[in-house]
Design a protein around this ligand. Structure first.
Ligand code: F6R
Length: 604
């Protein structure tokens, strides 16, 4: 996820900006840039890769006198991680940095191009600066031009803009992406997309609300507006240390990432789940021609997301789908047919087994697609097509938001193929899109649920093992729930199809066997219920997760989003993640760095 900083003051502007960006490094990025305005002259520098590359480029640049600057670390979503695509983006006399996604950028870009504006980058961001300059030329007032620009933007954004036509001010806006503005007794002004960038610099901050915008200068201070009218400044003292600021006040990165899921899913679907159709600008019209099988290949959590979505590909897109663990696939001497679409799923894009499986498929002439969270990773570079999951950097070793966004991308992909193959009616697609748009609400963690999981967890710290059971796409979710728990609690946990119990595993059932039963209302409720009753009759301890009260369980977590199988899926996903988290916390384990595990597995 991208990072933004801004500064007005007398310190070495370059150093203040780069220092701020360093505090945002934890968010992940693939390029960085700054622009500095002094004495009506703007200097800008950009570099691909780490901040040290930017520092190298700015070695001879030491802006000591008064001035202002904006800076950015970019996590590619529209366009490759190149220097041209890095921020700040420039027009004729202005520079902009932006976090989020401008959903209607293509429409705006076409409009501006038709008027002769030349675009340098592939980004959505560049439309902002050109639109601002066009408005300025028409209106002649920079603030009014900025307001008019914001009115045209759809999507999520946090924006900082500097312009030579108003060299004392930085313009800012927030809508759906975080932005904080702060100051100190010296009169310096700071901006950051997280307070980590401001700690130790600003003493008072304003956490901007969606719809807030305005400008700052040393003479005028912070001028804040909302819906066209001035707004009072709600300043708060800035306290706290940098690490806890990076964790956003959460105890662990994993916990923060569980809470972030609602926001990152908004990013994942933005510009893709339109009113009545699914659109992927990354795929061309012939993407699916001649394909009669989808072969999915991945490891761990990514495998589980692929397995879950194989149900959707078959059910919605009516396309045969196979799913294989990458380390198995590589050595099974698979029979590969060029009519197969080969899909690899990977958070990191660097998993050795997945990468090798992809290379095998490519050399056999298959069309390949990567579902990945890291642009420019080895897997992305190797695949013919890529759909980025837009989860932002995932720091917790136990994957949470990466899984959620992978499932979301593949759900949209199955609808995209269904559109193409006409296996669903436009009305059915529209209904699915409505369901997609409700998912951010379904994954929002509410305090009562989290408190309940904290309390419940104390009963699940011993025993001889856990069964997570579910049917249909709740079976892969059971696998994922068990994987999460075992990774960070070190307790033995297995996921099973609920109907498989009586074929062997039920032999383990006794009071010390904990069963986490995923019992959605919309998918085979009665069948799962009888499977759970069989376990309950053998005295197994049952934790039921369901919208329906279930008499025979020992513990019950009530779910609320039961209008669609996928909203049940996502809500239950969050509950199993919180269960794993809280069991691990009670056992005193290192939640973010579990023993024996690495975030990216680049060896076989
Ligand atoms: C589990 C987990 C791992 C990864 C697996 C594949 O929480 O994170 O199981 O899912 O190592 O990694 P990626 O998705 O990076 O290919």
């Amino acid at each position: 996820m991208c990072g933004i900083v801004g500064y007005i003051g007398e310190e070495n502007i370059k150093e203040v900006l780069v220092d701020g960006l360093r505090e945002l490094e934890y968010r992940g990025y693939d390029s960085a840039g700054i622009a500095v305005l002094q004495e009506n002259d703007i200097q800008s520098f950009k570099a691909v890769g780490k901040l040290k590359n930017l520092e190298e480029k700015t070695k001879g640049f030491n802006p000591h006198a008064f001035g202002m600057g904006i800076g950015h670390t970019r996590w590619a979503t529209h366009g490759k991680p190149t220097e041209i695509n890095a921020h700040p983006h420039l027009g004729e006399f202005s520079y902009v940095v932006h976090n989020g996604i401008i959903e209607n950028y293509q429409e705006l870009k076409k409009e501006l191009q038709a008027e002769g504006v030349h675009f340098l980058s592939q980004t959505d961001t560049e439309v902002i600066v050109h639109l601002f300059e066009k408005n300025y030329k028409a209106i002649g007032d920079p603030f009014k031009a900025f307001e008019a620009t914001l009115e045209r933007l759809e999507g999520a954004f946090a924006v900082l803009l500097m312009t030579k036509v108003d060299p004392d001010r930085i313009y800012f806006a927030k809508h759906g992406s975080p932005m904080i503005v702060g100051n100190n007794a010296k009169g310096e002004i700071f901006f950051g997309s997280s307070d980590a960038a401001l700690i130790g610099k600003a003493t008072e901050v304003i956490y901007l609300d969606d719809g807030d915008y305005g400008y700052t200068s040393v003479e005028e201070g912070i001028k804040l507006f909302h819906e066209g009218t001035p707004k009072a400044l709600n300043k708060k003292p800035l306290i706290g240390d940098k690490i806890s600021a990076q964790k956003g006040g959460f105890r662990f990165f994993m916990e923060k990432e569980i809470y972030e899921q609602s926001d990152v899913i908004v990013d994942t679907i933005m510009g893709r789940a339109l009113d009545n159709e699914i659109q992927f600008e990354e795929l061309d019209a012939h993407f699916f021609d001649g394909i009669d099988l989808i072969q999915i290949c991945a490891c761990g959590t990514s495998y589980n997301s692929g397995l879950a979505c194989s149900y959707l590909f078959e059910r919605q897109a009516k396309i045969r789908t196979q799913v294989e663990i990458a380390s198995e696939f590589r050595y099974k001497e698979p029979l590969l047919d060029p009519k197969t679409l080969f899909v690899v799923i990977s958070q990191s894009g660097e998993t050795a087994d997945t990468l090798e499986a992809l290379k095998m498929a490519k050399s056999a002439g298959l069309k390949t697609l990567a579902i990945c969270n890291v642009d420019n990773s080895s897997i992305v570079r190797e695949a013919d097509y890529t759909l980025l999951t837009r989860a932002g950097i995932e720091k917790g070793v136990a994957s949470t938001k990466a899984f959620a966004t992978q499932v979301m991308v593949m759900w949209m992909l199955s609808l995209y193929i269904a559109q193409h193959k006409k296996t669903m009616t436009p009305e059915e697609i529209a209904t699915e899109i409505k369901a997609i748009r409700r998912i951010p609400a379904a994954v929002k963690v509410n305090t009562r649920l989290h408190e309940k999981m904290k309390r419940l967890s104390k009963r699940y710290l011993h025993g001889h093992g856990f069964f997570f059971i579910g049917r249909d796409l709740f079976y892969p979710l059971a696998l994922e729930g068990a994987l999460k728990l075992k990774e960070i609690s070190y307790l033995h946990a297995e996921g099973y199809p609920a109907g498989e119990m009586k074929h062997g595993p039920i032999a383990l059932a006794d009071a010390e066997l904990f069963t986490v039963a995923l019992m959605p209302r919309t998918v085979h409720y009665d069948k799962v219920k009888s499977n759970v009753e069989e376990l309950s009759a053998r005295d197994a301890t049952i934790l039921a997760i369901s919208p329906e009260r279930f008499e025979l369980c020992d513990d019950y977590v009530h779910t609320y989003h039961s209008d669609h199988p996928m909203s049940e899926f996502f809500e239950m996903m969050v509950i199993t993640q919180l269960l794993a988290l809280e069991v691990s916390v009670r056992l005193g384990n290192d939640v973010d760095m579990p023993r024996n595990l690495a975030k990216s597995v680049t060896v076989e």
